[in-house]
Write a protein that binds this ligand. Structure first.
Ligand code: SF4
Length: 293
């Protein structure tokens, strides 16, 4: 396409937590020859494959571990999993992101202080499962007030039991700041008449916020946005959702998925990528777009 400009978002791709994990895992694999990791290091198939090639083999469950070195992925695990690893005397390489560790610590401290904990997040996500573990049976994951009510009638307004006296709120690290703020406001409005204390700990990750803001700015001046990242990457999905509310947006995992027809009549193309998208995937998309101009 003549006169086509390709602009890359100011903040894009791998966050420091995933880069740190790649470094630690690669070093461990070269030291021990083979490392097993409990689940994907982050939600990106290409990254998983690159690490597999370097000797970091993914296992779905602890029962599948055959070697003596086990890695904990960036999303972290609950204390029960950690205890089991220790009981099996496995050599543990913990690459849990420090931001996730901070959220785990917040859940644990709130639980020990007697709070019932609401985690703003998707209960099936591995990070949230871990956070629920650190909340020690006093936590629930929800993305709306309805979900809170359906999960825990102890704090629903129509409950027979009294609501908990103290309520703590944290977030899955990769959630959207605006949605979290709205959720917190709703919880306060609903529960403040029934509780003696509501404590909010902001466990959101800045890297997600800056990528989202940069993607929105780029979408506002582009005619088309390509979002690169894993199909099951939560933060990649959120980038695509935000951009598609502004302009035509196509999420892709690889450059091969780009179709020439998307570019027809477009002169300003923007590119963004999730926090687990490897640099190579971004470079390949740029090269593919350039080859189509
Ligand atoms: S997105 Fe944030 S919380 Fe998640 S691994 Fe990256 S730096 Fe850590």
């Amino acid at each position: 396409m003549p006169n086509m400009e390709i602009e890359v978002a100011r903040e894009i791709g791998l966050c420091f937590g995933v880069r740190r994990a790649i470094t630690l895992l690669t070093e461990a694999a070269s030291k021990y020859g083979r490392v097993e990791i409990l689940g994907p290091v982050a939600h990106n198939q290409r990254l998983v494959q690159q690490l597999d090639n370097a000797g970091v083999k993914m296992v779905a469950n602890l029962e599948d571990v055959r070697g003596e070195v086990i890695a904990i992925p960036t999303h972290g695990v609950g204390p029960d999993v950690l205890t089991e690893m220790e009981a099996r005397k496995l050599n543990i390489i913990d690459v849990t992101c420090p931001i996730v560790k901070r959220a785990q610590s917040a859940a644990s401290k709130l639980a020990r202080a007697g709070f019932t904990i609401i985690i703003f997040g998707e209960k099936q996500h591995s990070e949230v499962k871990g956070l629920l573990g650190w909340a020690g049976g006093k936590g629930m994951a929800a993305l709306s007030l309805n979900q809170i009510a359906s999960q825990a009638n102890v704090i629903a307004s129509e409950a027979k039991q009294p609501p908990p006296a103290r309520l703590g709120i944290i977030s899955q690290t990769t959630q959207n700041k605006t949605y979290f703020t709205n959720f917190v406001n709703q919880v306060i409005t609903t529960f403040i008449p029934k509780t003696s204390e509501i404590r909010i700990i902001n466990t959101l990750c800045q890297a997600i916020g800056t990528r989202l803001e940069a993607a929105i700015k780029l979408a506002q001046k582009s005619q088309l946005i390509i979002v690169i990242g894993g199909r099951n990457s939560a933060n990649t999905k959120r980038l695509a959702e935000a951009c598609s509310a502004i302009v035509e947006t196509h999420p892709v995992e690889t450059a091969e998925e780009i179709q020439k027809s998307w570019l027809t009549g477009k002169h300003r193309i923007g590119i963004t990528a999730g926090a687990s998208t490897p640099d190579e995937a971004i470079q390949e998309v740029i090269a593919k777009l350039n080859s189509l101009t």
